[in-house]
Design a binder for this molecule. Structure first.
Ligand SMILES: O=C(CO)COP(=O)(O)O
Length: 254
């Protein structure tokens, strides 16, 4: 369990029209979130502005699922940090395994994006995780070590105290056909990640767990000492699913 805030958030991935997004957001506006929780939602680009508008005044933070590292220019199809800020987001997810596997995201591009995000006042949520093959080879901690060092060593000197978040999402645990990590396995990896993060940035960096989180297993994760929150996909795409997990995590903190 986290000493500070317990971050509980969802990425919708490539789901929801603006109407559907507004409906989800409007179900949040009357919720009294526990002070111990920091809720957040990461819609697709097209829904960031309507969701941010609907959630103005609520405790939910809004993020983007990706961004480019450049300030502006000839990068057809890309979105800049300034554009994301302009739509009302204050967080940005970087390096999700689906982007690494399908869109050529690398530790190098994630590092560039982390620096740009911080300079624009966006909180980076940096996703890391080993594949099934890397796990089978006994290389999980080695892979995580490299991913964490690459991402955090790019934090500009003036931003070393800014909020930076990690999300440990083992690739084999994510999405349809994914197997949730056991809480004990996740807890061991979180302990290893925390050591590398402390070494690289000189201070603790909160790390969330993601990968097939649901109402049945969320408490097991947040009861682990090094798990500072949850990053949820499918189980939080419906407002009531998200709020159920939020309620269970609030109980765990009480
Ligand atoms: O990728 C995830 C969050 O970024 C997790 O997705 P699922 O919870 O659907 O496995």
């Amino acid at each position: 369990m986290a000493n500070g805030s317990l971050w509980i958030g969802t990425s919708w991935k490539m789901n929801k029209t603006r109407d559907e997004a507004r409906q989800w957001a409007s179900a949040m506006t009357t919720v009294a979130f526990s002070e111990r929780l920091q809720p957040f939602v990461i819609p697709p680009f097209t829904s960031i502005a309507p969701v941010a508008e609907a959630l103005a005044g609520s405790r939910l933070l809004v993020g983007a699922q990706n961004m480019h590292w450049a300030e502006a220019g000839a990068w057809t199809g890309e979105i800049s940090a300034a554009m994301i800020r302009d739509c009302g987001a204050t967080m940005v997810e970087l390096g999700h395994s689906e982007r690494r596997a399908n869109f050529g995201e690398t530790d190098e591009t994630v590092a560039l994006k982390v620096a740009t995000a911080l300079r624009h006042g966006l909180t980076p949520l940096i996703c890391i995780g080993e594949t099934a093959a890397e796990k089978a080879d006994g290389r999980a901690d080695e892979v995580l070590d490299h991913q964490v060092r690459m991402a955090l060593s790019s934090v500009p000197a003036d931003y070393r105290q800014s909020t930076v978040l990690l999300a440990y999402e083992p690739v084999w645990s994510i999405g349809e056909g994914g197997t949730p990590a056991t809480a004990a396995y996740a807890g061991e990896r979180h302990a290893a990640i925390a050591r590398v993060a402390q070494e690289t940035l000189g201070r603790p960096v909160p790390c969330l767990y993601g990968g097939s989180v649901n109402a049945g297993n969320c408490r097991d994760y947040v009861d682990q000492p090094g798990i500072d929150g949850l990053f949820i996909g499918r189980s939080a795409w419906q407002a009531d699913g998200y709020l159920k997990i939020v309620g269970l995590c609030a109980d765990a903190c009480a």
